[in-house]
Write a protein that binds this ligand. Structure first.
Ligand code: GAL
Ligand code: ZN
Length: 669
């Protein structure tokens, strides 16, 4: 259940005289928590060690008097001018050799000892100043960590150290990172540098990705430890982003007390957003989590947002296990980079229609507060691997995004998740070396880079009776981003096949197109099934499979590889292993997933209509309709409608932008 309804508030952005009215309006609309001070460094410390906490205390006192709880943010995402002016080495040195400049945010070097010291100092100061308030509910470190890769000397020294610790010997380093190629061997540690060239090797690029993620995590952890050592009692988190590829999400959440993230829901598909919630819940093994930002409108002022969309996103979050829900932001700021973005009140502090919706959400939350939602206990695990976020963008994204984009791993895993979402099922996300024993089905899309222990984990999972469903180009590389030199995929005996061809469908052979000097097209192939599955086109990275005991599920029926197998299934040990070597369209993927689920003995819950979402929690299902049409959900579990009338057909109609909680027990709404 959502226990805290919060809003991001920046008291330094408006006249102090307006604060009482803001706070009264917040209370009136059911907001109980306020997140503050996120970028306020230049107002809290005007010059080195010259503190000005007077105004912040006045704001804190008003909030405390109004019984509003507070999430305090450390302001380290936005260094003040005196700091970067006096110590320019704290600014990020970009790849092109330019120093970043004052006038934006996230322009700091995450490695800089000096910068970390200043950040830790203000964190400690904040704890000291605010220790006496009774309403400090939580801490947030920084803002959306990531996106400040730095190429300065300090980063280079730290990188060299990291490489040295990781590989131990120069021989080991050269072997692991392929030094023999293009004379890239290092025969002295001092030769190891940051991957400056425009096109570093895939191995060096990955080594830097990993290093950078670790720098961000240690930057954050220092602040966490500073706060704790200064006596901060409130739990500490940060606002992550589910589909930001920069940081190892498993690793960054370890030092935190709870998971927090920013949900700009309109940046995702409905299924993608549901997956993001499952991921965030999974990062701390199912512990309730927060969203620290939910865009009042969109992340872009130019995108339309439907009335009640905010209410629906909040209810969807609640269904997935969220405990704190924060709107971003209270007001629209008349100045600065985001002056066009809209808040719950306008530039003058006058309520907008969206504020009324917060009041409506509050009323809904109060109304359903008594409903006991059993814990989510999905029987499906989806492997989530930050390493593959970094390592796979040349493969999965090409047909959908430009080749330089990191946004390729997410669509790959989402295409698997979409199929279970469409059948009313959810998942936990699990690290590839995590405990799989609670799951009847493990989805393994995008697992190109894989460690030996992870392979062992999956092998014994299938051996012991589990069902594994892997996607194209999985289990073919080492964690250092070199190809494995055994037959591929590395679990070939588990899948009962080997990959014989692995290619992109970007077509270099079409002479007519090349002569016309257009860009090369992606060729679409057709797949047909001898296993009763619908035909489907495929595009992008694809493979042909040589069967060695497995049965074919799909084969190519046109193109250069006509007749070759594209997807297979194989029994291994007490379990079953499915492999699909091509991207399958949504409708066909749903049918393939149905077969996979049947093998795993997992019942399909419901055919979820487009625009709808179903989250199952024990014997309760939570239905949300995110569309402007009435939707019908049908399933025997749905025995009551929202007015508690019996519903023998198991059909539930849900009004546009509305919801229903259904279950076999009495007393649900
Ligand atoms: C978020 C960020 C906020 C604000 C917002 C604009 O990602 O955390 O500070 O910039 O985007 O939509
Ligand atoms: Zn640096």
């Amino acid at each position: 259940m959502i226990k805290h309804l919060a809003v991001a508030y920046y008291p330094e952005h408006c006249d102090e005289a307006r604060w009482p009215r803001d706070i009264a309006l917040m209370r009136e609309h059911g907001i109980d928590t306020v997140r503050i001070l996120e970028f306020a460094w230049s107002r809290l410390e005007r010059a080195d060690g010259e503190w000005d906490f007077g105004w912040a205390h006045r704001a804190m006192r008003l909030l405390e008097e109004a019984s509003l709880d507070v999430v305090l943010c450390t302001p380290s995402a936005a260094p003040p001018a005196w700091l970067t002016g006096t110590y320019p080495e704290t600014l990020c040195l970009k790849k092109d050799g330019q120093r970043d400049a004052h006038g934006t945010r996230r322009q700091y070097c995450p490695t800089s000892r000096r910068y970390r010291d200043f950040c830790n100092r203000i964190a400690a100061k904040m704890q000291e100043e605010f220790a006496a308030y009774s309403n400090v509910l939580a801490w947030q470190i920084d803002n959306e960590l990531g996106f400040n890769r730095c190429y300065c000397d300090e980063c280079e020294t730290a990188f060299r150290q990291d490489i040295r610790e990781r590989f131990g010997s120069l021989d080991g380093l050269n072997r692991a990172l392929g030094g023999a190629f293009w004379s890239q061997d290092f025969w002295e540690w001092e030769q190891v540098g940051l991957p400056h060239p425009t096109s570093p090797s895939p191995e060096m690029r990955l080594a830097f990705d990993r290093f950078y993620s670790d720098q961000i995590i240690s930057f954050m952890t220092e602040q966490v430890e500073t706060l704790r050592s200064c006596g901060a009692a409130a739990p500490i988190s940060t606002n992550l982003m589910a589909d930001f590829p920069e940081i190892d999400l498993w690793k960054i959440t370890a030092p935190l007390d709870f998971v927090g993230w920013d949900n700009y829901a309109d940046q995702y598909t409905l299924a993608g957003n549901s997956l993001a919630h499952h991921l965030m819940r999974s990062l701390k093994s199912g512990k309730p989590y927060w969203t620290f930002e939910n865009g009042v409108n969109s992340v872009s002022p130019w995108l339309q947002s439907a009335p009640r969309a905010n209410i629906m996103h909040a209810l969807s979050a609640l269904a997935h296990g969220e405990e704190g829900h924060t709107f971003w932001r209270w007001d629209s700021c008349p100045f600065g980079h985001e002056q066009d973005l809209q808040g719950l009140v306008d530039w003058a502090g006058n309520p907008r229609a969206k504020l009324r919706e917060v009041g409506q959400l509050r009323a809904i939350l109060d109304e359903i507060a008594e409903v006991e939602l059993p814990p989510l206990q999905p029987r499906i695990a989806l492997l989530f691997s930050p390493l593959n976020y970094w390592g796979t963008h040349p493969y999965y994204g090409r047909a959908y995004y430009d080749g330089n984009s990191y946004k390729s791993y997410w669509p790959e895993i989402e295409s698997f998740y979409q199929a279970i979402f469409d059948l009313g099922l959810g998942c936990d996300c699990v690290a590839p070396d995590g405990d799989l024993s609670n799951y009847d089905l493990v989805l393994a899309p995008g697992m190109c880079l894989v460690a030996d222990e992870e392979l062992q984990n999956l092998r014994s999972y299938v051996q012991n009776g589990g069902v594994l469903f892997a996607g194209r180009k999985t289990f073919v590389k080492t964690p250092d981003n070199t190809y494995r030199t055994t037959e591929l995929p590395a679990l070939g005996d588990v899948f009962g096949m080997r990959i014989s061809e692995s290619q992109s469908s970007e077509d270099g052979n079409d002479i007519t197109v090349r002569a016309a000097a257009q860009s090369r097209p992606f060729r679409q192939f057709q797949l047909e099934s001898a296993a009763g599955l619908p035909a489907t086109p495929t595009m992008g990275w694809f493979e042909t499979l040589e069967l060695r005991g497995a049965r074919s599920l799909y084969s190519y029926c046109d193109g250069y590889f006509r007749g070759e197998t594209a997807a297979s299934v194989h029994e291994f040990g007490k379990g079953t292993a499915f492999y699909v070597g091509a991207r399958i369209e949504r409708a066909a993927m749903k049918e393939l997933m149905r077969q996979v689920l049947q093998t795993a003995k997992i019942d399909v819950v419901c055919e979820v209509p487009l625009g709808g979402q179903l989250v199952q929690r024990g014997d309760v299902v939570f239905l949300t309709n995110h569309s402007d049409q009435e939707l019908t959900f049908s399933h025997p579990l749905l025995v009551q409608d929202s007015s508690n009338t019996p519903n023998p057909d198991g059909e539930v109609k849900v009004a546009p932008f509305s919801f229903a909680i259904m279950g076999k027990r009495e007393g649900l709404c």
